[in-house]
Ligand binder design. Structure first.
Ligand code: AMP
Length: 482
């Protein structure tokens, strides 16, 4: 069945783009609860489904369901997830039907024992791998690229799970931060370019023993009082088992291509991502935006929550007062992911309400993190004007989004990205702002400390993809590949 949400966004069910959060826990008597808390902190990375698998050394237990983490994992459900090891996943897919079949982790019994896997990213050669596997008899239960990994593991002639994983990972292209659970171990790995984040943490438990954790973002560690140790290196596999912790490279080093959009929008500001503070990056973005796109105005207003940190930076650089003149209702999901166009239109009003007393007669600098299609921005600009603003100057804390992401961020097809076919002046007219200013790629690099290092992926702003993409035309058009 096709997905109405994907349809409304012009996406197809066969696209494999997923925004997700992953966690892993090793060596804690309440592993399922820790995984639950970790996922709770990562809820912003995906609200469609969530799952946890645990192991008590013999059996792998699994529970996954559609919906939010706190609704799925009630006390009785967590009590059934036995063992001191766990992995968890929270998912929002732009693709695939929303069926439970695509929810993660995926767990199987195979010749390597009981194995479960959860994935953040997008394997760009998944369709090709799957075609080959199906040709030789593999049967798939979902249309998720992650299931492919398990088939490759099962088919490997390596005897150990770590060996089979190494085999499997070497066949993958694209973006993957993966967490695996076996009966007696947890293994986590990151693709050789390091597109998506994956951090390692630890905590001391009774008797001086150590518990190891991994998560997409360090905000997951804060909630469980774990200490952030470092990131899984690109091309690295971290194996935690009864023998201790082993870190090894499964692939030769590649140029890093860390996703800059994690810092622009996706990650929580209280997280460390790729070893740097997201809040700090966003304030830098705002400061540089003010520097590049100054305009005389009375107040700087963020589009909450995504524009808050950049607006703070803008206000401090420009000396124009910061005002919370749009109030967000936190009990509504992100409008971006509402199920139909009709609800999405309504959603902006549901989500945001202007503070008229702050906006009345004012010239306003409105700061948001990005424009995708432009429809949300237009509604917000209208809303601010209707609330009495004299002028609305829209400032965006990243460059124009001109190309889709194939490495795990939810973006629509190229044709639907307004900046892929319109100039800044045309976009300004569409969103009905008095002026519109974006950040340059150079300043974006600077804001994340990458101007000298070249360790980030900017493909959505440049169209320059850091890996070879098979079937790029099909990917661009969102056409069926399989
Ligand atoms: P649009 O109306 O399509 O231009 O949507 C722009 C809004 O979507 C901005 O306020 C962004 O904060 C938000 N946004 C941008 N990219 C994403 C994404 N990948 N997932 C969810 N929300 C996003």
């Amino acid at each position: 069945m096709s997905n109405p949400r994907a349809r409304s966004r012009g996406l197809r069910d066969d696209k494999f783009h997923e925004e997700c959060g992953v966690v892993a826990v090793y060596g804690h008597p309440e592993a399922s609860k820790l995984a639950y808390l970790g996922l709770y902190a990562l809820q912003h990375r995906g609200q469609e489904s969530a799952g946890i698998c645990t192991s008590d050394g013999h059996t792998v237990y699994c529970r996954k369901s559609m919906g939010h983490v706190a609704d799925i994992f009630t006390k009785p459900v967590l009590a059934e997830l036995l063992g001191d090891k766990a992995i968890g996943h929270t998912r929002y897919s732009t693709a695939g039907d929303t069926a439970l079949a695509n929810a993660q982790p995926f767990a199987v019994n195979c010749n390597k024992g009981s194995v479960a896997v959860a994935h953040n990213g997008n394997i760009t050669n998944a369709a090709e791998l799957r075609r080959d596997l199906e040709r030789t008899g593999s049967i798939f239960q979902s249309n998720s690229d992650t299931e492919t990994v398990l088939h490759l593991v099962a088919r490997s002639s390596e005897r150990t799970l770590a060996g089979a994983l190494r085999d499997a990972l070497l066949q993958l292209e694209g973006a993957f931060s993966l967490v695996f659970l076996a009966q007696d171990r947890m293994i986590v790995a990151r693709d050789p370019n390091g597109f998506r984040p994956l951090a390692i943490g630890e905590m001391e438990i009774s008797g001086g023993r150590k518990c190891y954790v991994a998560a997409s973002e360090t905000c997951a560690f804060d909630l469980i009082s774990a200490t952030y140790v470092n990131d899984v290196e690109p091309g690295e596999m971290v194996i935690v088992g009864p023998e201790g912790v082993t870190r090894e490279r499964f692939a030769p080093a590649q140029p890093r291509a860390q996703c800059v959009f994690e810092h622009v929008y996706f990650a929580r500001p209280d997280s460390m991502v790729f070893g740097r503070s997201v809040q700090e990056s966003r304030e830098n973005l705002g400061r540089l935006l003010a520097h590049e796109n100054p305009v005389p105005a009375d107040i700087v207003v963020p589009v909450p929550d995504s524009g808050v940190a950049a607006a703070l930076g803008y206000a401090s650089e420009s000396g124009i007062p910061f005002r919370h003149a749009l109030i967000r209702n936190h009990y509504v999901g992100r409008t971006f992911i509402e199920p139909s166009q009709a609800i999405r239109d309504f959603g902006v009003k549901l989500k945001l309400n202007p503070v008229r007393s702050l906006l009345q007669g004012k010239s306003v600098i409105l700061v948001d993190d990005s424009i995708v299609r432009g429809t949300t921005s237009r509604k917000i600009v209208r809303m601010v004007r209707q609330a009495g603003a004299r002028e609305v100057h829209l400032r965006i804390s990243c460059p124009p989004t001109i190309s889709p992401c194939f490495y795990g961020v939810d973006t629509p097809t190229k044709g639907e990205l307004i900046a892929s076919s319109h100039t800044v002046e045309e976009i300004r007219r569409f969103v009905e702002a008095d002026t519109l200013g974006y950040l340059s790629v150079g300043s974006l690099r600077k804001a994340v400390g990458d101007d000298q290092r070249h360790e980030y992926c900017y493909a959505c702003y440049t169209g320059d993809y850091p890996t070879e993409l098979i079937n790029i035309e099909e990917l661009m058009a969102g056409r069926k590949r399989g």
